[in-house]
Design a binder for this molecule. Structure first.
Ligand code: FAD
Length: 543
């Protein structure tokens, strides 16, 4: 789905060709698989993409089976315990997840599946506190407060601050208008795309630009640009490379619809999905690794597991990266050269490195009441990015999440605190040799703690640390099976913003994960799941 402008002269010819094709009835995708099967749909993987796909299918009466390799559901959206402490493996804050001020986006999807009744979402108090060498500011998760805090510090930039809001809002509106494009038949899709230069002008302008272009268009002060673009550390590339589209859409979602967390940790959302799927008659099987999608005469007929079990289904949804899907599960012989070329030509984003800390001190009581702090060694995102990517964690950026300040007693006993530190990293930095890996990890954990201690000195004092555990891209890779432990899918640069479609060359196999068109993140992956489910339901003629 490339959004190219179609000239007025070529449009009638295109329409004519489309009508001829449509009249010939050659849409192979509409062909329904006939044989009797164990399930309507098998979903491989119970991350956000897989769980969401399964719930949307089950609520429409499809018989679904979810197969998950790990012994619990959730993928990255999970928790674990160490002693008295509970750690959220990933989620800091989820965009657009709750009953926001505008009833749109992700929350509508949660309501459509009934998962909203099983998971309790709450709004986080601050979007973030941003600390740079020359500035320290805390910004609330709503436009009014966000703009007002910025205007207090940079009154001379008031017009640009309003312009930034207007642009993010307009972009989100454009995306919502194009939201169902993937469902349109060829004629409607072509006409919709042809009208983009007239109807979705903000989208058209910013789809080929970076976050830096956006900052330069709206602001003059470099500190203001650094503060407003701070959430680049959530999206997987420095502002000079990051697509403006994801940044604008996510900013609008966070500031108009709220930034959300889940009562009982992110695992509670994953468990809510699994419970709802089962309530709707679906089956969720954990500790089950799928090793093969069985393909016969160009169509998938079922899956095989590591223990040799087979299950048949009419459709498959893979909550995996496209590499595992193409090379291991489906097999290169059943893929098209074009699909393989595409996944090889797109660049995956970076992964993450971080430290989980269980502290014997009460950070809120000591005056650290924030939930999300970003400390940046440099004003330039590129300098911070490059430092992290070469393992110089003392000189990069660090996201400091204080989970025990979220107001949920699950994380730490009274008087104690739970903190997670996250930084960017690449799998190639971490040695495969176990001893060398552990030695480097221990050293780098201390370096990241040293950087975070510039804002909270107490976290570097060994007598305050009860639990200290690190994770690297290799950890994420082991748990989620994503190539290189990437949690952002393909790097979101202007050339790659479309990622991969949810369809695959095997007509009844779909993919819904970090790597597909609705982008990455806990919220976006649920939208990817809905998209894959919708495609199947459309083929079944179910509204
Ligand atoms: C440290 C960290 C912090 C983050 N912070 C945030 C945040 O604050 N906000 C936000 O929105 N996002 C955040 N994210 C990103 C977000 O968590 C991910 O983008 C999202 O959860 C990924 O979902 P997914 O659908 O791609 O599935 P994944 O989480 O990648 O899960 C895939 C699942 O499929 C299973 N699987 C794979 N292959 C097979 C197979 N062959 N057989 C059976 N099972 C299989 C895996 O075991 C796994 O459970 C963070 C991620 C990390 C790691």
């Amino acid at each position: 789905m490339r959004f190219k402008t179609v000239s007025v002269r070529t449009l009638p010819i295109i329409i004519l060709i489309i009508f001829v094709i449509a009249a010939a009835g050659c849409s192979s995708l509409q062909t329904q698989p006939a044989a009797k099967t164990d399930y309507d749909v098998i979903v491989i993987g119970a991350g956000m993409g897989g769980l969401s796909a399964a719930a949307h299918l089950a609520v429409k009466g499809q018989k679904v089976l979810v197969l998950e390799k790990h012994n619990i559901v959730g993928g990255s959206t999970t928790k674990f315990s160490r002693g008295e402490f509970v750690f959220d493996a990933a989620l800091h804050e989820m965009a657009g997840g709750g009953p926001g001020r505008k009833d749109r986006g992700l929350y509508q999807l949660l309501k459509a599946t009934g998962v909203d009744k099983k998971a309790q979402l709450y709004e986080v108090p601050h979007l973030y506190r941003s600390v740079f060498p020359d500035v320290d500011i805390t910004l609330p998760p709503n436009w009014e407060g966000f703009k007002s805090e910025l205007k207090k510090k940079w009154p001379q930039e008031a017009k640009g601050i309003d312009k930034f809001h207007t642009l993010c809002e307009a972009l989100f509106t454009d995306l919502m208008e194009l939201r169902d494009l993937f469902r349109y038949g060829t004629v409607r899709a072509t006409l919709t795309k042809a009208m983009v230069p007239v109807r979705q002008r903000t989208f058209l302008k910013w789809k080929s630009r970076t976050v830096k272009d956006l900052m330069d268009e709206c602001f003059h002060d470099e500190n203001l640009k650094a503060v407003v673009s701070q959430l680049w550390v959530y999206y997987g590339a420095p502002v000079e490379k990051e697509s403006a589209l994801i940044f604008m859409a996510a900013t609008e979602s966070y500031l108009a619809d709220g930034a959300w967390h889940i009562k009982g940790s992110s695992q509670a959302l994953s468990d809510a999905y699994a419970a709802r799927i089962e309530e709707l008659g679906g089956t969720v099987k954990t500790s089950t690794l799928v090793t093969k999608i069985i393909v016969e005469k160009g169509r998938a007929t079922g899956v095989k597991t590591a223990t040799g079990q087979t299950f048949s289904a009419r459709y498959i949804v893979a909550n995996t990266d496209p590499y595992q899907l193409a090379y291991k599960l489906i097999g290169q012989e059943n893929m098209t050269p074009a699909y393989l070329e595409k996944i090889e030509s797109l660049k995956p984003a970076n992964s993450l490195f971080g430290v989980f800390l269980g502290l014997s001190i009460d950070l809120a009581g000591l005056g650290y009441e924030d939930t999300e702090i970003f400390y940046n060694a440099h004003q330039s995102s590129m300098k911070n990015y490059e430092a992290m990517m070469k393992g110089d964690f003392k000189n990069g950026s660090v996201a400091i999440t204080i989970y025990s300040n979220l107001g949920d007693p699950i994380y730490a006993p009274k008087g104690k605190s739970v903190v997670k530190l996250d930084a960017y990293s690449d799998v190639s930095y971490w040695p495969e040799n176990r001893a060398a890996y552990e030695k480097l990890k221990a050293q780098k954990m201390d370096e990241l703690i040293e950087l975070a201690a510039k804002v909270i000195p107490e976290i570097a004092d060994p007598k305050n640390i009860e639990i200290k555990e690190g994770y690297t891209p290799r950890t994420i890779q082991r748990y989620t099976m994503n190539k290189g432990g990437v949690v952002y899918g393909f790097e979101l640069t202007p050339g790659q913003w479309e990622k991969m479609p949810n369809t695959t060359p095997v007509p009844n196999v779909f993919i819904a994960s970090n790597w597909t068109q609705a982008w990455h993140g806990v919220g976006s992956c649920q939208i990817n799941g809905w998209r894959a489910a919708r495609m199947i339901l459309d083929r079944e003629g179910i509204e």
